[in-house]
Design a protein around this ligand. Structure first.
Ligand SMILES: *[C@@H]1O[C@H](CO)[C@@H](O)[C@H](O)[C@H]1NC(C)=O
Ligand SMILES: *[C@@H]1O[C@H](CO)[C@@H](O)[C@H](O)[C@H]1NC(C)=O
Ligand SMILES: *[C@@H]1O[C@H](CO)[C@@H](O)[C@H](O)[C@H]1NC(C)=O
Length: 180
């Protein structure tokens, strides 16, 4: 996924990062949480094209044909280095839905096993292959039950066999989440 920017191998971006920096706030009794993790995707190892697309541009560094179905199960690490500690998994699928081959619809479940927060977050939304993309959160389980907000996915390191995306989590709990 990016939640899946595929094959953007020629771009090389290094964004500043803070390892698993979290911030909490409890304004008016409402809880929110902001932090970043890094999604590590290896083509033909943690992510595969399952169905080939039918129209538009071919498989290139920035495009996949319209209708391409891609499925992934990628580790989530605490720094951009793929050897850093794994604290979760991103499982999902993306389908190329732009006739320009640059845009897709992504569905994903991110399972997190962090010291103070365990559970899953489900997202759905549009992904653009060459720009940061916001993905609305549709819900969660465990410590993320009832969670709202969005994730922002941006390319970090697209060289090499394993490509890296920064996933910024912007989580907000509604008032009734306190009463479960
Ligand atoms: C992934 O596997 C497919 C099918 O075997 C192959 O066509 C493609 O070149 C492989 N891609 C990479 C980056 O290894
Ligand atoms: C990633 O981490 C490994 C092990 O700590 C280290 O040897 C390597 O230099 C790191 N790579 C980068 C690009 O920082
Ligand atoms: C980007 O990934 C490549 C291939 O894994 C690695 O050699 C390089 O050190 C990485 N760059 C940074 C800044 O982490």
């Amino acid at each position: 996924m990016a939640l899946s920017h595929l094959y953007l191998i020629f771009v090389f971006l290094v964004l500043p990062y803070k390892a698993i920096s979290t911030s909490h706030s409890h304004t008016n009794g409402l809880k929110s949480l902001h932090f970043s993790l890094f999604q590590q995707e290896t083509i033909n190892k943690t992510g595969y094209i399952i169905v080939n697309g039918v129209a538009g541009p071919g498989v290139t560094q920035t495009t996949t044909p319209f209708g391409t179905l891609f499925v992934f199960q990628d580790p989530l690490t605490i720094t951009p280095n793929f050897t850093s500690q794994v604290v979760g998994t991103a499982e999902g699928t993306s389908i190329t839905s732009g006739l320009d081959g640059l845009q897709s619809i992504s569905i994903a479940k991110l399972t997190l096993n962090m010291k103070r927060h365990k559970g899953s977050i489900s997202v759905v939304g549009g992904t653009h292959n060459i720009k940061p993309s916001d993905h609305p959160i549709v819900g969660g389980t465990g410590d993320f039950l009832f969670v709202q907000g969005y994730l922002t996915s941006s390319p970090v390191n697209l060289t090499g066999l394993t490509v890296t995306y920064r996933i910024e989590f912007h989580l907000f709990w509604p008032p009734y989440a306190n009463f479960r």
